[in-house]
Design a protein around this ligand. Structure first.
Ligand code: ZN
Length: 287
């Protein structure tokens, strides 16, 4: 196992591993290094015979603000796949597709497809790419102050790389979420079946552990095969095809002239008046 810089990997007690995004000062924004480390941590937990349940958490006040928009891999260290990708000669939407396919989509699929049960433990904001990764987990436990949102409608990506929303929130709710950018409360996310348990912030850790222990008591092969069968049911309903299709639709939003012009407007606003002005442009009436 590599020496992780962005995450913590802990065996909390025999059979239960916790993978924690550990950048609280950046609200656990997921940069390329964090995403690679998360993938490696999930592989590690999956191949370790002693692990029965994986908990996925975020350190600090918020679960995650989503993919880190301040860097797209420029600082990826030598030896990472991301570094080699950044140094490739590819340009334009081909490069974006290849990067997102590798860095976001496949990483998310890996989290979803590990053979062991996974539980996302969510507090505070759980946004965009952070919500995408939480949605890859089998179960979600939330504190009562949790907020689940994908506010990317003004950032042009037509949702993040995996369009989990219709499957996780229902088709109409998915449109409402993605068209307004407004988050769901923990209670609303519970009502649509995304969250399986709401607890106070103080009890979040304890209640998540209780659920993990309850699952870890059972025969690992029974738990694992049940997961495989239920995930297959989702795929038989077209989930994976819809996700593959969306990854391409998402690239159209990167390549669109209107979207490019909008990105330039926001960059101008940022130059002119900093983040405050940029947010004003982003959140105001679209011109
Ligand atoms: Zn994108």
């Amino acid at each position: 196992m590599r020496n992780f810089k962005r995450i913590l990997y802990e065996t909390v007690e025999p059979g239960i591993v916790k993978v924690t995004m550990n950048r609280p000062e950046k609200r656990n924004a997921e940069d390329p290094l964090m995403l690679e480390e998360m993938q490696e941590a999930f592989i590690e937990a999956d191949i370790d015979d002693d692990v029965r349940v994986i908990i996925y958490a975020g350190a600090g006040k918020d679960f995650s603000a989503g993919h880190d928009m301040s860097g797209q891999g420029e600082d990826a260290p030598d030896g990472t796949i991301m570094r080699r990708y950044m140094d490739s000669k590819m340009t334009g939407v081909e490069k974006t597709l290849r990067r997102e396919d590798y860095q976001y989509y496949n990483q998310a699929l890996y989290m979803r497809n590990v053979s062991k049960p996974t539980i996302a433990m969510v507090q505070g904001n759980c946004l965009a790419g952070g919500l995408m990764n939480a949605s890859m987990c089998d179960l979600v436990v939330a504190s009562d102050d949790a907020k689940f949102g994908d506010p990317v409608v003004r950032m042009t990506p037509a949702g993040v790389e995996v369009l989990f929303h219709p499957f996780d929130f229902g088709f109409r709710k998915a449109k409402e979420m993605l068209w307004t950018g407004d988050p769901l409360t923990a209670q609303e996310a519970f009502n649509v079946g995304f969250v399986c348990k709401i607890v106070s912030r103080e009890k979040l850790e304890e209640e998540t552990m209780n659920l993990a222990r309850r699952i870890a008591m059972n025969m690992p092969v029974a738990v694992s095969l049940t997961k495989r069968a239920i995930n297959f049911a989702a795929e038989a309903s077209g989930q994976k095809l819809a996700w593959d299709y969306h990854l391409l639709i998402h690239q159209l939003s990167h390549a669109s002239d209107e979207a490019k012009r909008w990105r330039e407007e926001r960059a101008k606003a940022l130059d002119k008046g900093g983040v405050k002005e940029m947010l004003k442009a982003r959140d105001g009436k679209f011109k």
